[in-house]
Design a protein around this ligand. Structure first.
Ligand code: 1GP
Length: 256
Protein backbone atom coordinates (compact mmCIF):
# COMPACT_ATOMS: atom_id res chain seq x y z
CA UNK A 1 0.00 0.00 0.00
CA UNK A 2 1.21 3.51 -0.81
CA UNK A 3 2.44 5.44 2.17
CA UNK A 4 0.45 8.39 3.49
CA UNK A 5 2.85 11.24 3.07
CA UNK A 6 0.96 14.15 4.49
CA UNK A 7 0.50 13.22 8.10
CA UNK A 8 1.61 16.55 9.50
CA UNK A 9 -0.25 18.59 6.92
CA UNK A 10 -3.37 16.53 7.57
CA UNK A 11 -2.91 17.13 11.29
CA UNK A 12 -2.80 20.90 10.77
CA UNK A 13 -5.89 20.79 8.57
CA UNK A 14 -7.82 18.68 11.07
CA UNK A 15 -6.86 21.04 13.89
CA UNK A 16 -7.90 24.09 11.85
CA UNK A 17 -11.26 22.35 11.37
CA UNK A 18 -11.42 21.95 15.17
CA UNK A 19 -11.50 18.17 14.98
CA UNK A 20 -10.75 16.34 18.20
CA UNK A 21 -7.90 13.98 17.42
CA UNK A 22 -7.36 10.78 19.36
CA UNK A 23 -4.43 8.40 19.11
CA UNK A 24 -4.70 4.90 20.53
CA UNK A 25 -1.27 3.90 21.80
CA UNK A 26 -0.40 0.25 21.34
CA UNK A 27 2.56 -1.15 23.27
CA UNK A 28 4.23 -4.02 21.36
CA UNK A 29 5.21 -5.53 24.67
CA UNK A 30 1.57 -5.85 25.72
CA UNK A 31 -0.35 -6.54 22.50
CA UNK A 32 -0.25 -10.14 21.30
CA UNK A 33 -0.37 -10.56 17.51
CA UNK A 34 -3.36 -12.91 17.78
CA UNK A 35 -5.34 -10.24 19.65
CA UNK A 36 -4.79 -7.53 17.03
CA UNK A 37 -7.82 -8.28 14.86
CA UNK A 38 -10.39 -8.07 17.68
CA UNK A 39 -8.79 -4.96 19.09
CA UNK A 40 -8.67 -3.24 15.72
CA UNK A 41 -12.31 -3.97 14.92
CA UNK A 42 -13.20 -2.02 18.06
CA UNK A 43 -10.67 0.69 17.31
CA UNK A 44 -11.96 1.15 13.76
CA UNK A 45 -15.50 1.65 15.08
CA UNK A 46 -14.35 4.23 17.64
CA UNK A 47 -13.57 7.97 17.29
CA UNK A 48 -9.82 7.19 17.13
CA UNK A 49 -8.06 9.12 14.37
CA UNK A 50 -4.50 7.82 14.76
CA UNK A 51 -2.66 4.74 15.91
CA UNK A 52 0.59 5.18 17.81
CA UNK A 53 2.92 2.26 18.44
CA UNK A 54 5.70 2.20 21.01
CA UNK A 55 6.76 1.16 24.46
CA UNK A 56 9.50 1.58 26.99
CA UNK A 57 10.85 -1.99 26.89
CA UNK A 58 10.27 -3.88 23.69
CA UNK A 59 12.20 -6.79 22.17
CA UNK A 60 13.99 -6.34 18.86
CA UNK A 61 11.67 -6.88 15.81
CA UNK A 62 8.54 -7.06 17.97
CA UNK A 63 7.44 -3.58 16.89
CA UNK A 64 7.94 -4.28 13.21
CA UNK A 65 5.88 -7.49 13.35
CA UNK A 66 3.11 -5.76 15.26
CA UNK A 67 2.99 -2.82 12.85
CA UNK A 68 2.74 -5.17 9.87
CA UNK A 69 -0.19 -6.88 11.51
CA UNK A 70 -1.87 -3.61 12.51
CA UNK A 71 -1.61 -2.30 8.95
CA UNK A 72 -3.67 -5.26 7.78
CA UNK A 73 -6.52 -4.04 9.94
CA UNK A 74 -6.59 -0.28 9.67
CA UNK A 75 -6.17 2.58 7.26
CA UNK A 76 -5.72 5.13 10.04
CA UNK A 77 -2.34 6.88 10.05
CA UNK A 78 0.10 4.81 12.07
CA UNK A 79 2.96 6.59 13.78
CA UNK A 80 5.82 5.17 15.76
CA UNK A 81 6.12 6.70 19.21
CA UNK A 82 9.49 5.16 19.94
CA UNK A 83 10.95 4.18 23.26
CA UNK A 84 14.15 3.21 21.50
CA UNK A 85 15.89 3.06 18.12
CA UNK A 86 15.04 -0.66 17.87
CA UNK A 87 11.35 0.29 17.52
CA UNK A 88 11.73 1.89 14.10
CA UNK A 89 9.84 0.12 11.32
CA UNK A 90 9.54 0.82 7.62
CA UNK A 91 5.94 -0.40 7.74
CA UNK A 92 4.68 2.58 9.71
CA UNK A 93 3.53 5.80 8.05
CA UNK A 94 5.38 8.20 10.26
CA UNK A 95 7.53 8.75 13.29
CA UNK A 96 7.30 11.15 16.20
CA UNK A 97 10.97 12.08 16.29
CA UNK A 98 11.11 12.81 19.98
CA UNK A 99 13.57 14.88 21.91
CA UNK A 100 13.05 14.68 25.67
CA UNK A 101 13.42 18.41 26.29
CA UNK A 102 12.17 18.19 29.88
CA UNK A 103 15.27 16.16 30.78
CA UNK A 104 18.97 16.84 30.73
CA UNK A 105 20.17 13.48 29.50
CA UNK A 106 22.05 14.07 26.23
CA UNK A 107 21.24 10.53 25.05
CA UNK A 108 17.53 11.37 24.90
CA UNK A 109 17.99 14.97 23.76
CA UNK A 110 20.14 14.13 20.71
CA UNK A 111 22.12 10.88 21.13
CA UNK A 112 19.40 8.36 20.22
CA UNK A 113 18.30 10.62 17.38
CA UNK A 114 21.80 10.54 15.83
CA UNK A 115 21.85 6.76 16.29
CA UNK A 116 18.52 6.50 14.46
CA UNK A 117 19.64 8.29 11.30
CA UNK A 118 21.39 5.35 9.64
CA UNK A 119 18.20 3.31 10.09
CA UNK A 120 15.86 6.11 9.03
CA UNK A 121 17.83 6.66 5.83
CA UNK A 122 16.64 3.24 4.68
CA UNK A 123 12.99 3.99 5.44
CA UNK A 124 10.33 6.23 3.94
CA UNK A 125 8.80 7.41 7.19
CA UNK A 126 7.38 10.90 7.51
CA UNK A 127 9.34 12.36 10.38
CA UNK A 128 7.64 14.75 12.78
CA UNK A 129 10.09 16.49 15.14
CA UNK A 130 8.42 16.55 18.54
CA UNK A 131 9.41 18.24 21.77
CA UNK A 132 8.62 15.69 24.48
CA UNK A 133 7.98 17.00 28.01
CA UNK A 134 7.60 14.63 30.92
CA UNK A 135 5.59 16.21 33.73
CA UNK A 136 5.47 14.77 37.25
CA UNK A 137 2.24 12.94 38.00
CA UNK A 138 2.50 11.54 41.50
CA UNK A 139 4.54 8.42 40.87
CA UNK A 140 7.71 7.41 39.05
CA UNK A 141 7.06 6.52 35.42
CA UNK A 142 8.78 4.19 32.97
CA UNK A 143 10.04 7.19 30.97
CA UNK A 144 11.74 8.54 34.07
CA UNK A 145 13.33 5.17 34.86
CA UNK A 146 14.48 4.40 31.34
CA UNK A 147 15.79 7.88 30.49
CA UNK A 148 17.17 8.61 33.96
CA UNK A 149 15.70 12.09 33.85
CA UNK A 150 13.56 14.09 36.21
CA UNK A 151 10.08 15.14 35.11
CA UNK A 152 9.19 18.83 35.25
CA UNK A 153 7.61 20.06 38.47
CA UNK A 154 3.87 20.30 37.79
CA UNK A 155 3.57 23.29 40.12
CA UNK A 156 6.01 25.34 38.06
CA UNK A 157 3.75 25.99 35.11
CA UNK A 158 5.89 28.84 33.79
CA UNK A 159 8.87 26.51 33.46
CA UNK A 160 6.72 23.99 31.58
CA UNK A 161 5.47 26.71 29.22
CA UNK A 162 9.01 28.03 28.68
CA UNK A 163 10.33 24.54 27.97
CA UNK A 164 7.59 23.92 25.39
CA UNK A 165 8.19 27.31 23.81
CA UNK A 166 11.95 26.72 23.65
CA UNK A 167 11.26 23.48 21.77
CA UNK A 168 9.02 25.38 19.35
CA UNK A 169 11.76 28.01 18.84
CA UNK A 170 14.17 25.15 18.10
CA UNK A 171 11.90 24.10 15.24
CA UNK A 172 9.89 21.25 16.72
CA UNK A 173 6.63 20.70 14.86
CA UNK A 174 4.64 19.36 17.82
CA UNK A 175 4.78 19.46 21.59
CA UNK A 176 3.88 16.34 23.58
CA UNK A 177 2.94 16.85 27.24
CA UNK A 178 3.45 13.46 28.86
CA UNK A 179 2.31 12.44 32.33
CA UNK A 180 3.61 8.91 31.70
CA UNK A 181 1.86 5.67 30.88
CA UNK A 182 -0.51 4.71 33.68
CA UNK A 183 0.03 8.06 35.41
CA UNK A 184 -1.92 8.59 38.63
CA UNK A 185 -2.85 12.11 37.55
CA UNK A 186 -3.14 13.10 33.91
CA UNK A 187 -1.70 16.45 32.84
CA UNK A 188 -3.49 19.17 34.79
CA UNK A 189 -5.87 21.18 32.56
CA UNK A 190 -4.24 24.40 33.79
CA UNK A 191 -0.93 23.23 32.35
CA UNK A 192 -2.58 22.29 29.05
CA UNK A 193 -4.21 25.70 28.81
CA UNK A 194 -1.07 27.65 29.71
CA UNK A 195 1.07 25.77 27.18
CA UNK A 196 -1.56 25.95 24.45
CA UNK A 197 -1.89 29.72 24.83
CA UNK A 198 1.78 30.19 23.89
CA UNK A 199 2.13 27.62 21.14
CA UNK A 200 1.77 27.98 17.41
CA UNK A 201 2.27 24.26 16.82
CA UNK A 202 0.02 21.26 17.61
CA UNK A 203 -0.22 20.13 21.22
CA UNK A 204 -0.33 16.42 22.05
CA UNK A 205 -1.34 15.34 25.55
CA UNK A 206 -1.12 11.87 27.07
CA UNK A 207 -0.67 9.77 30.16
CA UNK A 208 -3.19 8.61 32.75
CA UNK A 209 -6.38 9.50 30.88
CA UNK A 210 -8.91 6.82 31.78
CA UNK A 211 -12.30 8.51 31.54
CA UNK A 212 -14.39 10.29 28.94
CA UNK A 213 -14.53 13.29 31.25
CA UNK A 214 -10.74 13.56 31.39
CA UNK A 215 -10.57 13.17 27.62
CA UNK A 216 -13.13 15.92 27.04
CA UNK A 217 -11.36 18.11 29.59
CA UNK A 218 -8.02 17.75 27.78
CA UNK A 219 -9.66 18.89 24.52
CA UNK A 220 -11.49 21.73 26.15
CA UNK A 221 -8.32 23.12 27.70
CA UNK A 222 -6.38 22.99 24.45
CA UNK A 223 -5.09 19.54 23.55
CA UNK A 224 -5.18 19.04 19.79
CA UNK A 225 -4.45 15.34 19.95
CA UNK A 226 -4.90 13.11 22.98
CA UNK A 227 -3.02 9.83 23.39
CA UNK A 228 -4.53 6.96 25.37
CA UNK A 229 -3.01 3.54 25.85
CA UNK A 230 -3.64 1.91 29.21
CA UNK A 231 -7.39 2.60 29.35
CA UNK A 232 -7.89 0.67 26.09
CA UNK A 233 -5.49 -2.10 27.10
CA UNK A 234 -7.30 -2.70 30.36
CA UNK A 235 -10.86 -2.13 29.28
CA UNK A 236 -11.87 -2.53 25.65
CA UNK A 237 -15.34 -1.22 26.58
CA UNK A 238 -13.60 2.14 26.80
CA UNK A 239 -13.90 2.26 22.99
CA UNK A 240 -17.67 2.43 23.52
CA UNK A 241 -17.53 4.86 26.43
CA UNK A 242 -15.72 7.52 24.41
CA UNK A 243 -18.33 7.50 21.65
CA UNK A 244 -20.73 9.75 23.58
CA UNK A 245 -20.69 13.35 22.37
CA UNK A 246 -18.38 15.78 24.13
CA UNK A 247 -20.13 17.55 27.01
CA UNK A 248 -17.94 20.36 28.22
CA UNK A 249 -20.60 21.74 30.55
CA UNK A 250 -20.16 18.77 32.88
CA UNK A 251 -16.75 20.05 33.91
CA UNK A 252 -16.88 21.71 37.29
CA UNK A 253 -15.76 25.30 37.75
CA UNK A 254 -12.87 24.05 39.85
CA UNK A 255 -11.55 22.02 36.93
CA UNK A 256 -11.89 25.02 34.66
C1 1GP B 1 2.06 7.11 27.36
O1 1GP B 1 0.92 9.14 26.95
C2 1GP B 1 0.89 7.78 26.72
O2 1GP B 1 3.24 7.48 26.76
C3 1GP B 1 -0.41 7.14 27.11
O3 1GP B 1 -0.49 6.93 28.50
O4 1GP B 1 -1.06 4.53 28.81
O5 1GP B 1 -1.60 6.20 30.57
O6 1GP B 1 -2.87 6.17 28.45
P1 1GP B 1 -1.58 5.90 29.10
Amino acid sequence: MAKQKNLYQDLLIAISERKKLLAVLIDPDKMKLECVSDFMVKLNASPATHVFVGGSSVEENQTDLLIQELKRWTTLPLLIFPGDVSQLSSHADGLLFLSLVSGRNPDYLIGKQVEAVSVLRTMQLEIIPTGYLLIENGKETAVERVTKTQPLNRENIQNIVDTAKAAEFLGMKCIYLEAGSGAVDPINPKIIRAVKQELQIPLIVGGGIISKKQLDGAYEFGADLVVIGTAFEENELFFEEIKAPIEFEHLSNEEK
